[in-house]
Design a protein around this ligand. Structure first.
Ligand code: PDD
Length: 286
């Protein structure tokens, strides 16, 4: 059984409890981070901690007391749960003052809730999906306007994955005003004539920690990166495509709305970036 962390305590997962009045549960009033683990070490921890701080600030949410101990708590959970390859999930919600009210509770008397748990994912790095590539379909992006904040409002992304599944695909790319915003739980890229094209950062997309690292790797490897909008039609004509996230690293995309990209196998740029990112990530892991 997993050991999880809830508000200062390490507990067996069946004993961990949160109030039914918690605003994360009632209002999706919470933010989260997912950090990957390779060789028992955390990948890009610093980036995730910084983004968490930013998400909290943007929502006027108090930092949990344990904020400065987050690295130690991550490491302890990885250690006790013997995670070699996997993920650490972290969630902060605005907590509960014991009732339901739209108005935020007084932060002087209501503590945020901090919950963390691990997920064992053997084969995260040597993923069979990454060797084959994934197929995506497009769906309308009907999410709210602050997608740069990593909130737990994940109903539409969940529905998007179900729509993809129903269409026989692996994931969905969301489209707004004719342009791809991002994947349901990842950032989206196409490659054309050697150029890596991805939407620029704004409130329209999550500022992926993996995105930042992968673009850095691409530039170091002298690959050209262009941050601009692109359409599904452009993606269907692209030489290759891929997505990035903490849980998939660099994942090649081989089909967009039924159109096969290249020869239908992962492209050289995506494969190379996955290798470089994993190598760099492992080197810098803590
Ligand atoms: N999702 N865009 C969205 C909408 C995401 O949910 C995610 C991450 C990303 C990639 O961000 P990063 O590289 O920092 O993981 C982009 C996580 C993995 C999840 O919800 O499980």
């Amino acid at each position: 059984m997993r050991t999880v962390y809830v508000n200062g305590e390490y507990l067996p997962e069946t004993e961990a409890k949160i109030s039914i009045f918690d605003r994360g549960f009632l209002m999706a009033d919470g933010v989260y981070e997912v950090t990957s683990v390779l060789d028992g070490k955390l990948i890009d921890f610093e980036g995730h901690a910084k983004r968490l701080e930013r998400s909290l600030t943007e929502l006027d949410m108090k930092k949990p007391d344990a904020f400065d101990d987050l690295l130690d708590i991550h490491r302890e959970l990885v250690r006790v749960n013997e995670i070699d390859e996997g993920l650490v999930y972290l969630q902060v919600t605005r907590g509960s003052d014991g009732d339901r009210d739209f108005v935020f509770p007084d932060p002087a008397t209501t503590e945020p809730s901090l919950v963390m748990f691990t997920q064992q994912k053997p084969g995260l790095a040597e993923s069979p999906a990454a060797k084959k590539g994934i197929r995506v379909v497009s769906i309308d992006d009907i999410r709210w306007g602050r997608r740069d904040i990593k909130t737990v409002q994940l109903l539409y992304p969940s529905m998007g994955k179900m729509m993809a599944k129903a269409a026989g695909a692996d994931d969905a790319w969301m489209v707004e005003d004719g342009h791809v915003t991002e994947g349901t739980s990842n950032n989206a890229y196409i490659v054309k004539d050697g150029k890596i094209i991805t939407r620029a950062l704004s409130n329209d997309i999550l500022h992926g920690i993996t995105r930042a690292a992968v673009l850095r790797c691409a530039k170091e490897a002298q690959m050209e990166v262009v941050e601009r909008n692109f359409t599904i039609a452009e993606a269907q004509e692209a030489d290759e495509a891929f997505v990035t996230s903490a849980s998939t690293f660099v994942m090649p995309v081989i089909e967009v709305d039924g159109a096969t990209l290249g020869d239908g196998t992962p492209g050289p740029v995506a494969k190379r970036l996955r290798e470089i990112y994993l190598e760099e990530g492992r080197k810098k892991a803590i």
